[in-house]
Structure formats: structure tokens, C-alpha cells
Unconditional design. Structure first.
Length: 718
């Protein structure tokens, strides 16, 4: 650093006496507002305080978003939480972004080359809309500004000759070159341009350290003015003023367009280097190893300082109307950074934040209808959004690459930093550009097709269903009405569902649940009477097939005795029940008749005498003889045990001493039959005609003897 004898005129606020003292030596002025007032050398007529112009329509037009470099962006669409919209990789280190006209503009410097490029990326997708190689690069440094549909780029220097560099203008929509202007008098450019009101401003250093004003439309040099420094100070603009500051806090105020000197805050040294100042609330905020000053934008007078003690401000602060947010590190521990928020009113600390201990970007402030949020990046790739009032983390993410600090000490790569505007938060990280925005993507909701259920109840039925939702950005929850598991009435009910993600985006779906009343019993099919011959002395295994059908659903069948069971000699009724899924039932039955092993059941095999069958001593046990004609038959001592004789004609038959246990004689005609000494235990005579029957010593169906019952079994038929 070159040092020259230099002084600033100092007014002692206590006694009003003027004295000459060294200004801003190490440990110099750190006074709060009102404690000490330094008066800068007034070169011009002074500048009234005015608010910084930050562009219109929430654009990002320069380093730290706006032409004042205040780092504040008002954008209703940027309230956290945010989601990644896109990420692209470019062939070099990426600058701070410009955001305008539906595009994101960045410059890049390709390492180990002198090549720099300008890219226009689509705001929606990140795809390259156009790109241009930039001329006149001695080093891979180039930065840009935006205004009125044009992009203005300054490169480090002309590598060929002439101690100059060129400023270039491009059409923001197409990338078409508009003009090139050579800026003579300086051979190294490291101050990013700033453009407003038809004029582009930048500064250069070298043989002649100079601030330049260039016409945005024609590229004509409108004015230039020498300064002490010229490095790394992108001009900050108010509505009418231009402000820069270089090594040793050599700060300058100029009028716009003509660069008429307004004031120069001078100290006792100067040299190479500088840092971009911030204009906010009628004040200019400088940063330097010898102090971080607050100057009156109209006069250049010292109003105070920001940060105190053994700390320096590592990056440009973000300043709104009430607070200043700054990244600081202890003088002797540059690897330990802290983000601080202080009140502009009294300098009190609102909060501090250390994050992961590697914070390194210039902070920016997002002003939204739901509040203000401070955004800060880290060399670990972490990105934080903090509540500007409390400092609490409201959202964080990792961009996937180290987020570098602003480079205000060299030209090995473009000046970088965070940017925000037009609904995007844009984060350069190495050779990547990542864009975040509000989560505007509705979740995807998946609902079933119409669900049909049946019920046997007129009150309806309970129905369960599953509706799911997914979201590419976060989680989503689903609510439906009526809820799963509810009882739905008979008929069709529409279920309405809404999926909601954490950003309150919603998606809707609906489906029907149809409840059908089903009181129809299934149809059951049973076989006709099954006859079988006993395979042992008393029984036979009988198998059968019974089926059921239902017009609405399936039905199951149960029978007893089971198919394949052992059936005794005689007649067994098999009872079956068919049941559908709702419990509707139908019943049916059939007979299984098992004849004895030695039974002779074919009546045609027996002789006939005088027109009547001769069945004396015949074995008809278990025979199936429905409606058989045994009228007048001689069946004494015949064995009819278990025989099936429903509807048979046994009138006038001689059944004396016949064995008729468990025989089935329902609706049979036994009129005038002789049942003397016959055994009818367990026989069924329902509906049988018994007129004129002889009951001598007959064992009645209920087991009693007819002789004990007045010579008849009437009344004892079981």
C-alpha cells in the first residue's frame, strides 16, 4: 500500500474546535452516530438524501441485487420455504446473477485461461437461451449490469495494448451485440458496472484511477473523473448520486451522468484495493481495514461506524430501513464468521447467527408479505433463510457445492454473490447456478376408481379406501370426506379428497362409492335321491355334489352329513345351506337311501299270486320304493327296515310280523292292512292312510305296543 501524508478536517463535537488529526488509523474512529463527526472535504455543492433505486418489477440488476447494492429485494413470491427449480453447470466460475426479462444472466471466468463468457438462462428451466464469448480479457474476470433491456459487461483489461479495457452492451433478449466502448486511462478493471437512468458506471485502476459514465444507448463516454484507487468498488447509486470507496476509506460522491464531484472523504493514506459501498437511507456505508464508516450521502460527513471491537465486515452488508445485517469475522480469526443484525437507530444487536461456522456470502434480505428474511450462504454449500426479526432459521438446504464469498481482492474469477428477483433466489456455487422459488407445484393425488360394495342392510355399509399423495418438493397430506371407514348409505356417494403440501398447494380428486342393497339368496342345486347298496352289514359311504350360485357374488355350501360320510342302511336326509358373502342363505335337502347288502329291491323279481305280490320273508331293507304298488301283497315276516315307501299303496297288504323299523311311509295307503306283530319303531307315517288297519301286538312308531293302547297305534305314530 502506498502511503501519503493526508488529513481530513475534523470537528471535535465536544468543543467545536477544529484540529488536525490522522483519520482512521488502525483503531481509529469507531464512534456511534452522534459521538464524533468528521467533515469531508466538500468538492461540490452537496447532494440531498434520496432513496436508492433498485430497479422495478423486482428485478436484480447489479451486484447485491440493486444499484444501491443494499441487498434488499421486495418479492411476494419469495417467502420461505423454497424449493429447487433447477440447477445448471457452466464451464467456469459464476458471477452474481442479474434477473430480468424472464432470464437469469451471469458471467463466467474459465480457470487457467483468459476466457470469459456471458450467459442468459431461462428463468423457468435454467436452459441456455443464448451465450456470448466476451472480448478483451487479460484475466478470467468479467461482470455485468442490467438496465432497460440491455446487459452491460466490463472485462478486466485489454490483453493487447493501450492500458484500457472495453465495455460491451448486449441486447438482453437475444444477446445481439449493441456497442463496444474503449475505456482509456486505466489498465485494470475490477469494479462491476452499475446502470441506471440511461448511464452505465464503472471504475478502473492503474496509471490513471478513474470512474467512468457511459451512455447506455450509444456507448459514448459521457464523463470520467479521477479517484484515489479505482479497485473493487462497484459504483452505488442513489436517485441522483454515484458513490465509490477505495483503500484507506478514500470515498467519493459524484453527481450522476456528468460525474460532477460532490464530496471526497479523505484520509492520510491511499493505495490499491477497495470495496463496494452500500447506499441506504441517505447514507453511504464503506468497508475498509481501517474502519467501516457511515457517511452522509449529501455531504460526505462522517456520521459513525458499523461493527465495533476486534471485528471487520467480511462482505457487503444488507441494509433495509431499520436494520443492517452484516457478515463479520474477528480480526485474528478469519475462519470464524458471524452474521449479525443491528438496529440502525441505536446500533444495538438484534441477533447473531453462526450457522455451520463457514458462512461466507454477502447477505441479502427478502421482503415478502409474510415478513422479511435474511439469506446467507456457506462454503459447505449450506444455504440459510433466517427470520429477519429473530434470526431463527426458517428454511435451509444444501446446494450441492461450496458457495464462494464475493471476491473483492482479486480478478481471478468474476465477482459473485447471491441474487433474488422475479420469484427466484439464485445461488452461484463454483461453476453451478441453482435457482430456488416458492413451491408452486401442487401435489399429485391418486384416488381409486368407483368402489362398489353390497350390503344386506337397508342402513348401508362401512367402506374403507386408500387415497395417496406425492409431491416432488416436500410432503403432502390427504383429507377426504366422507372419511375411510364411514358408513355409506345405499346408493352412490361421492367422496371428495384434497391433498395439501407444506406450502399449502392443493390438488383435488373425487371418486364414487356405490352401495347396493343385496337381499337375494343364492340358488342351491342338490342331487335327486341317491340310492346305494350297503358295502358292510349296516352302511355305505355316499358321495354327492351340491353347488350354489349367486347373481351378485360368490356363495358357499355346507351340507350334513358330509359327502363321503358313512350312511346307515335306510333313508337319510342330507340338509344343505348355501350362504353368500352378505349372509343371505338358501336351503335344500335330498335323500340318500342305502339298501342292505342282501336286500332284493326289484319288485319285478318277486312272484305274483292272484294279482298280488308274494313278499313273504322278503328282504327289502333300505330299498327305495316310492309309490310302489304292494296292494294285497303277502309280506308276512318281510324286512322293510329303513325302506322308502313314500306314497306306496299297501292297502289290504298282509304285513304281519314285518320288520318296518325306520321305514318311511309318508302318504302311503295302508287302509285295511294287517300290521299284527309288525315292528314300526321309528317309522314315519305322516299323511298315511290308516283306515281299517289291524294293530294286534304291533310295536308302534313311538315304541309302545298297540295292545296297551286300546288295540291301535293311532296317537302313537311318533
Amino acid at each position: 500500500m502506498n502511503r501519503r501524508t493526508g488529513t481530513a478536517r475534523v470537528l471535535d463535537a465536544a468543543n467545536g474546535n477544529r484540529s488536525r488529526r490522522r483519520a482512521l488509523a488502525l483503531g481509529g474512529v469507531r464512534a456511534r452516530v452522534g459521538a464524533l463527526l468528521l467533515v469531508a472535504t466538500a468538492v461540490g455543492g452537496g447532494l440531498p438524501a434520496a432513496s436508492a433505486r433498485a430497479g422495478t418489477d423486482d428485478l436484480a440488476v447489479a451486484f447485491q441485487i440493486n444499484v444501491a447494492h443494499s441487498g434488499v429485494q421486495a418479492d411476494a413470491a419469495l417467502a420461505p420455504p423454497l424449493v429447487r427449480r433447477w440447477q445448471v453447470s457452466l464451464p467456469g466460475a459464476v458471477s452474481y446473477p442479474l434477473i430480468a426479462q424472464g432470464m437469469v444472466y451471469v458471467t463466467i471466468g474459465i480457470p487457467y485461461t483468459a476466457k470469459t463468457m456471458l450467459y442468459a438462462l431461462d428463468q423457468s428451466t435454467g436452459s441456455v437461451v443464448w451465450s456470448r464469448s466476451l472480448p478483451y480479457s487479460l484475466l478470467p474476470w468479467a461482470n455485468a449490469a442490467y438496465d432497460a433491456g440491455r446487459i452491460f459487461v466490463i472485462a478486466s483489461s485489454n490483453p493487447v495494448c493501450c492500458h484500457n479495457s472495453s465495455m460491451n452492451a448486449y441486447d438482453a433478449a437475444t444477446g445481439a451485440p449493441l456497442w463496444t466502448t474503449e475505456l482509456y486511462g486505466s489498465f485494470m478493471f475490477s469494479s462491476a458496472p452499475t446502470a441506471a437512468n440511461g448511464v452505465v458506471y464503472t471504475g478502473g485502476a492503474g496509471d490513471g484511477s478513474t470512474v467512468y459514465a457511459v451512455d447506455e444507448v450509444t456507448g459514448a463516454l459521457l464523463a470520467n473523473h479521477s479517484v484515489l484507487g479505482g479497485d473493487h468498488s462497484s459504483p452505488a447509486l442513489s436517485d441522483t448520486g454515484v458513490f465509490v470507496s477505495y483503500a484507506c476509506n478514500q470515498a467519493f460522491g459524484f453527481s450522476q451522468r456528468a460525474l460532477a464531484p460532490l464530496w471526497h472523504y479523505s484520509t492520510d493514506c491511499y493505495g490499491g484495493g477497495g470495496r463496494t459501498v452500500v447506499y441506504a437511507n441517505g447514507r453511504v456505508y464503506t468497508r475498509d481495514f481501517y474502519g467501516n464508516l457511515i457517511l452522509d450521502a449529501a455531504t460526505g460527513n462522517l456520521l459513525g461506524s458499523f461493527t465495533s471491537g476486534p471485528y471487520v465486515t467480511a462482505a457487503a452488508p444488507a441494509i433495509d430501513q431499520n436494520n443492517i445485517v452484516m457478515l463479520t469475522w474477528p480480526t485474528f480469526s478469519p475462519d470464524s464468521t458471524t452474521l449479525d443484525s443491528q438496529s440502525l437507530t441505536d446500533g444495538s444487536t438484534n441477533w447473531t447467527f453462526t450457522g455451520d461456522g463457514q458462512l461466507d456470502t454477502a447477505p441479502i434480505v427478502l421482503s415478502t408479505p409474510t415478513g422479511e428474511f435474511v439469506v446467507e450462504g456457506s462454503s459447505t454449500g449450506m444455504l440459510y433463510a433466517l427470520d429477519a426479526t429473530t434470526g431463527a432459521v426458517v428454511w435451509s438446504t444444501n446446494v450441492g457445492a461450496a458457495i464462494p464469498p464475493p471476491n473483492e481482492q482479486g480478478v481471478g474469477q468474476p465477482q459473485t454473490g447471491l441474487g433474488a428477483g422475479q420469484g427466484l433466489l439464485v445461488v452461484p456455487a463454483g461453476n453451478t447456478v441453482t435457482a430456488y422459488g416458492a413451491d408452486l407445484t401442487a401435489p399429485t393425488i391418486t384416488a381409486p376408481a368407483t368402489i362398489t360394495i353390497r350390503t344386506a342392510s337397508a342402513s348401508g355399509a362401512a367402506a374403507s379406501y386408500a387415497v395417496t399423495a406425492s409431491d416432488p418438493d416436500d410432503t403432502a397430506t390427504v383429507s377426504c370426506s366422507p372419511a375411510s371407514g364411514s358408513t355409506f348409505p345405499v346408493g352412490t356417494t361421492t367422496v371428495s379428497c384434497t391433498a395439501t403440501d407444506t406450502a399449502a398447494n392443493t390438488a383435488n380428486a373425487s371418486f364414487d362409492i356405490a352401495v347396493n342393497l343385496d337381499t337375494t339368496a343364492p340358488t342351491i342345486a342338490v342331487p335327486a335321491t341317491i340310492t346305494a347298496k350297503a358295502t358292510s352289514a349296516n352302511s355305505a359311504a355316499v358321495s354327492y355334489d351340491v353347488t350354489a350360485s349367486d347373481p351378485d357374488d360368490a356363495a358357499t355350501v355346507g351340507c350334513f352329513p358330509l359327502s363321503g360320510s358313512t350312511f346307515p342302511v335306510g333313508t337319510t336326509t342330507v340338509n344343505c345351506t348355501a350362504t353368500d358373502t352378505l349372509g343371505n342363505t338358501s336351503t335344500a335337502s335330498f335323500l340318500a337311501v342305502v339298501s342292505a347288502t342282501n336286500a332284493k329291491c326289484m319288485l319285478s323279481d318277486y312272484p305274483i299270486t292272484r294279482g298280488a305280490l308274494v313278499l313273504k320273508n322278503a328282504n327289502l331293507a333300505g330299498c327305495y320304493l316310492p309309490a310302489a304298488n304292494l296292494s294285497g301283497a303277502n309280506a308276512t315276516n318281510a324286512n322293510f327296515t329303513g325302506a322308502y315307501l313314500v306314497g306306496a299303496n299297501l292297502s289290504s297288504a298282509n304285513l304281519s310280523q314285518a320288520q318296518m323299523q325306520r321305514s318311511v311311509l309318508s302318504n302311503a295307503n295302508l287302509s285295511a292292512a294287517k300290521l299284527n306283530l309288525a315292528v314300526l319303531t321309528g317309522a314315519s307315517l305322516t299323511g298315511a292312510t290308516l283306515t281299517g288297519v289291524t294293530w294286534a301286538q304291533t310295536t308302534c312308531p313311538d315304541g309302545t305296543n298297540s295292545n296297551n293302547d286300546g288295540g291301535t297305534c293311532t296317537g302313537h305314530l311318533g
